[in-house]
Design a protein around this ligand. Structure first.
Ligand SMILES: [Zn+2]
Length: 351
């Protein structure tokens, strides 16, 4: 079985909802559930050996717009969130991550050595990520605390605006150039991440924000869960020009399994063949090379193809890569080695 280190999931969102509903998030992850996509038993079955786990603050009011007769849709951006309730939710999710670590349900990893050790021991290797920084204030005081709690990756924005920058809406067809980029505080956040060794994730940010990060950061450019705009024209996907910059920086793009970002018609329909996933991988490999493409499932955050279903089905994609002609060395890069390389660089580890 090919072990996968995956660049993006929302399992902490599902476990947080379980906790809010009076359930036990730790035993749900350990013992497994029929809900959602990731828990320890299903991850083991599917060779999902680890991944980047998002602290995401939900936008309660967001409902995706139904497409019109021509298949077009444009969901308005979610409203900006207030700081204190966001900080509270972020603390609750970080707490679940720390409790999972203490219970031995997963390992909270702070280095690539931690990740490799956990994977070798068969323990899910979790890296803590913040998807949209509404829980941080202008002086970034919280960043030091979250870093101490294990935070090693963040995206300045989700698909909404905050004090650091601007996100893209869920819209089809639409260019990612939908508005302004980083604010002055956003530039300060990027510099702080470079100082601390926190990976900066370009998923969800506007095209202007992408270029703002590109000209400021000393890290490889990374979009943890995005696909090719040339194949699926949603605002969340990356243009050829963005991918060229990612290639030049030796960064990567993690394939998002979200069917809305894979299908040519952008529809939210789980009856999406694995061949749509392979088409995006092929396109990105051709554009950026085999070293700059990886996986970023968005498990527990999106509708994924019915053939994959959940973490237990992850090896079906691995098999499809083999059928598509990828050599075993290339599959290892796509499935984990590329992620481990860029994480090591963003975290200032010596090669
Ligand atoms: Zn996302």
């Amino acid at each position: 079985m090919e072990l996968v280190f995956d660049g993006h999931n929302d399992v902490l969102l599902r476990l947080w909802r379980t906790m809010k509903g009076g359930g036990d998030p730790i035993s749900e992850f350990l013992k497994g559930t029929a809900e959602g996509h990731i828990d320890a038993p299903r991850a083991r079955t599917g060779g999902l050996a680890g991944g980047i786990c998002a602290i995401y603050i939900p936008s309660g009011d967001l409902v995706l717009k139904e497409p019109d007769e021509s298949g077009h849709y444009e969901t308005p951006l979610a409203a900006p969130l207030d700081y204190l309730p966001s900080l509270n939710i972020a603390m609750e999710k970080a707490s679940i991550a720390l409790r999972l670590d203490r219970a031995g349900a997963w390992r909270l990893c702070r280095s690539t050595a931690d990740i490799r050790k956990a994977m070798a021991e068969g323990v899910f290797a979790a890296v803590l990520h913040m998807e949209g920084c509404e829980a941080l204030s202008a002086d970034l005081a919280e960043l030091d605390v979250f870093y101490a709690a294990g935070l090693r990756s963040l995206g300045p924005v989700w698909s909404r605006h905050n004090i650091f920058g601007h996100g893209v809406p869920f819209a089809y067809p639409m260019s990612p150039d939908t508005g302004p980029g980083l604010t002055d505080l956003g530039f300060e956040l990027v510099k702080a991440c470079n100082r601390l060794g926190i990976l900066i994730d370009l998923a969800h940010i506007t095209e202007k924000g992408f270029w703002d990060v590109a000209k400021t950061t000393d890290q490889p450019l990374i979009a943890s869960h995005s696909n090719a705009h040339a194949l699926t024209q949603v605002a969340r996907n990356l243009t050829d020009k963005q991918m060229d910059a990612i290639r030049e920086s030796r960064g990567l793009v993690g394939l998002n399994y979200a069917v809305t970002m894979l299908r040519p018609d952008g529809r939210d329909d789980a009856a999406t063949p694995l061949s749509d996933m392979i088409r995006h991988i092929d396109y990105m490999v051709e554009r950026m090379g085999i070293d700059c493409v990886a996986l970023g499932s968005d498990f527990d955050g999106a509708t994924v193809p019915a053939d994959i279903q959940d973490a237990a089905g992850n090896q079906k994609l691995v098999a499809a890569l083999g059928d598509a002609g990828y050599a075993s060395e290339d599959i290892a890069k796509l499935c984990r080695e590329n992620w481990l390389r860029v994480l090591g660089e963003a975290w200032h580890e010596q090669a």
